[in-house]
Every structure is written in C-alpha cells, then in structure tokens.
Design a binder for this molecule. Structure first.
Ligand SMILES: CC(C)(COP(=O)(O)OP(=O)(O)OC[C@H]1O[C@@H](n2cnc3c(N)ncnc32)[C@H](O)[C@@H]1OP(=O)(O)O)[C@@H](O)C(=O)NCCC(=O)NCCS
Length: 191
C-alpha cells in the first residue's frame, strides 16, 4: 500500500485575486484557498460544503442522495482507504479559515490514467477557481502521481464545466449519454 505523497504548498490564485500588485491584505471574501489532499480532519468542513451546496450541485450533476449524508462517516473512511491504496486522489480547496470551497478528484487510477471530477462552492464560483484547481491537479497527475492521461465527461448543458477542462488542455474525443443527458468525453494527454 502506498501512502499519498504530501502536496507542496499550492495556493490557488483566482481571477479576482489577480490584482495590480499594489494591494496588501486581500478582503475577507478573497481569501486564497490551498489545494490539500483529503485528510481525516477535513471531514466536518467537507460535510458542511456538501450540505451547503447540495441544491446548487444537483442543478448540474446528480444529487448524491440522503444516504450520502446519513452514512457520511462510513463513506469518508472508504475515501481515505481508497486514497491510501493509490486508486483515487481527493483534493480539497481549503481557505485560511479551514472552510472547504471546492473539490477536485481523480478516480479509478489505473494503467497511467484517471477520471477527473470537480465542484466549486456556489459562493466561490465564477472566480476562476475551478480552472486554476484543475490545472494544479492536472500538473500533479503528470508529476507527483506519474500518470500519462486524464479523462473527463461533461454534459452539454454544463458550459462552465466544459470551459474549465477546455482551458486545461483537454480535447473532446467522443459523445456519450451521461446521467440521461448528451455529453462529451475528453482526454488530456501528458507529453
Ligand atoms: C462547473 C464549476 C466547477 C465551475 O466552477 P468555477 O470556479 O465557477 O469555474 P471558473 O470560474 O474556473 O470558470 C468557469 C468558466 O465557465 C464560464 N461560464 C460560467 N457560466 C457559464 C455559462 N452559463 N455559459 C458559458 N460559460 C460559462 C466562465 O466564464 C468561465 O470561462 P472563462 O474563464 O473563459 O471566462 C462549478 O460551477 C460547479 O461546481 N458546478 C456544479 C458541479 C459541476 O458541474 N461539476 C462539473 C461536473 S463535469
């Protein structure tokens, strides 16, 4: 069993955080989140993130169901076990206050490939966080995790998500039905 490699310091710079260089202390709502590998002590903040954004996420991706919340501790332990086994890497965007504002996950790691998934808190959306966080995880996949390619699938009715991966070098390779909707499959190959 391989233990996940600790991530380097990875503050995410959002669109709004990019200023003129003359600013000193950013306003509270522009706290820059760190990208962190999932840990046991993240559990309460991750649960709060999923609860607060449940309806928002369900507008774009399938709701996880009440069981996700009632069985949260059991499922969380499973995630940590998969990560320890090297079959998945779960990343969180964590603010300086310890609040989770996003997730970027790599699933089904095998044969140099993995599936990408991500979600950003409604209150942090539209600031470039998903684009920046996916870039960071893509770079980790190519370096720290030693992968050769990432896969992603996005429904046609999710243009923001399509932009996130297209901005990160993913190319469309096929069409499929995902959750009952027309969707596109993407690949990002590392050179
Ligand atoms: C999709 C999601 C991850 C985007 O997160 P985000 O941090 O707001 O994304 P970013 O700010 O990095 O970038 C969004 C891009 O989409 C664009 N966008 C946003 N809404 C859009 C819309 N309705 N139509 C077209 N483009 C849109 C933005 O302009 C931006 O593009 P740009 O950089 O060229 O200006 C977030 O909305 C989310 O978590 N949604 C629910 C879960 C989900 O859909 N996950 C992905 C499943 S495949």
């Amino acid at each position: 069993m391989s233990q996940p490699t600790p991530l380097p310091e990875t503050s995410m710079e959002s669109k709004e955080d990019r200023g003129t260089g003359s600013e000193s202390t950013p306003p509270l709502h522009l706290l820059i989140p760190d990208l962190q590998l999932l840990r046991l002590d993240h559990a309460p903040a991750l649960l709060a993130f999923e609860r607060e954004n449940r309806a928002y996420f369900a507008a774009s991706v399938p709701d996880r169901g009440d069981e996700f919340f009632t069985e949260f501790d059991t499922r969380y332990a499973q995630l940590l076990a998969w990560q320890a086994a090297g079959t998945d890497y779960f990343h969180l965007l964590v603010t300086e206050r310890g609040e989770v504002v996003g997730r970027v996950n790599l699933y089904e790691v095998a044969d140099g490939s993995a599936e990408l998934g991500y979600r950003i808190a409604q209150k942090a959306a539209g600031r470039g966080l998903a684009t920046a966080a996916v870039r960071k995880v893509r770079d980790l996949a190519a370096t720290a995790y030693g992968l050769s390619r990432l896969r992603a699938r996005v429904t046609l009715d999710n243009p923001a998500s399509r932009k996130v991966i297209e901005h990160n070098g993913f190319v469309a390779v096929g069409e499929l039905t995902l959750n009952g909707k027309p969707a596109i499959s993407y690949i990002c190959e590392f050179r």
